[in-house]
Design a protein around this ligand. Structure first.
Ligand code: CP
Length: 320
């Protein structure tokens, strides 16, 4: 495996889930695989889970992680091509990326969407420069439009808790005070559809996700109707994807707190499990009662980030 951005990169989903089960049962069994090798984990943005789970997964495989926080540990990097670099950015990605490639065998990159230029974000311009100039396999640790490590961990978690072969999974928009990227809902939808789940997406008008990720899902604008009979409820905020109106890309269109997932919402489900990728704003995205209930899977999801990352790194090491 040379890149990990999309569900198709993992190949057969059932085989990937089986491999995740094997890794989880004995996570140190492949300790020799990464011996003498290094993974560079490059963060342009903050992280708790991705940073820690990636390092832990690497250590399980005997792989040495190097973490680089751009702009804090390094020079500030210019990401645009063709610009006159007379501002505060001292180095261009064009040089920095091949230099990083000299010091490692695998690279993981976190680089969020700017949310001002839809075309640039959806072209994954930063991630693609890593592919082009590093000469190394590249993992998205949440890039402009996708968060595959999260989606794979979410799928592992659903697979572990499902009570029927094809559960009803509802992805619901929820309010948030800041404009957030679409990477998590894009990848969640993409992976649920790839795994054959019965996926319903509910959001206020104007928040339609890009159809390249949601084709095959049912869209329902009435949130309560969408939640009826759900087996899993996945809450997430996202800003306007600009599908129906490109001029609104990255904007907040609604602060409607009636979309906050609370006990009344969960009451119409089939005793559904609650999921969120974290970090989460309590009593904005989800009520205390729902996230603290025994049916909340937010911690098992986070724990499975280590397993998902380990499967991905293992496969990359095996194909070096
Ligand atoms: N879910 C997730 O990616 O968490 P972090 O942003 O803390 O890494």
């Amino acid at each position: 495996m040379k890149q990990f951005f999309y569900a198709k990169d993992i190949g057969d989903i059932k085989a990937a889930l089986e491999e995740a089960r094997q890794v989880k049962a004995n996570r140190l069994a492949w300790r020799g695989l990464g011996e003498g090798k290094t993974i560079m984990l490059v963060f342009f943005n903050s992280s708790l889970r991705t940073r820690l789970s990636s390092q832990k997964a690497a250590l399980n495989l005997g792989l040495s992680p190097i973490v680089l926080n751009i702009g804090q540990d390094s020079w500030k990097l210019e990401t645009e091509l063709g610009v006159v670099m007379d501002g505060d950015k001292s180095e261009h990605l064009r040089e920095a990326i091949p230099v990083m490639g000299c010091y490692c065998d695998l690279i993981g990159v976190r680089s969020f969407a700017g949310l001002t230029d839809r075309e640039a974000d959806y072209a994954e311009s930063v991630l693609q420069q890593f592919v082009q100039y590093s000469g190394r396999p590249v993992i998205s640790l949440e890039s402009a439009t996708v968060h595959p490590c999260q989606a794979f961990a979410d799928l592992i978690t659903i697979d572990e808790h499902k009570r029927k072969p094809r559960p009803k999974v509802v992805l619901t928009w929820a309010p948030h005070p800041r404009a957030l990227p679409q990477a998590v809902p894009n990848s969640f939808a993409e992976w649920m559809i790839a795994a054959g789940m019965d996926l319903v997406i509910t959001q206020p008008e104007g928040y339609e996700l890009d159809p390249r990720f949601t084709s095959g899902a049912r869209i329902e604008y009435d949130q309560m109707k969408a939640l009826e009979g759900a087996d899993f409820v996945y809450a997430k905020n996202w800003s306007c994807p600009g599908v129906t109106n490109p001029e609104q890309y990255g904007q907040i269109l609604s602060h409607d707190r009636s979309w906050t997932v609370d006990e009344a919402h969960m009451a119409v489900t089939d005793n559904a499990f609650f999921m969120h990728c974290l970090p989460v704003r309590r009593n904005v995205i989800v009520s205390d009662a729902v996230i603290d209930a025994p049916t909340s899977l937010v911690i098992p999801e986070a724990a499975n980030r280590e397993i998902a990352a380990q499967v991905v790194m293992k496969r990359m090491l095996e194909s070096l």
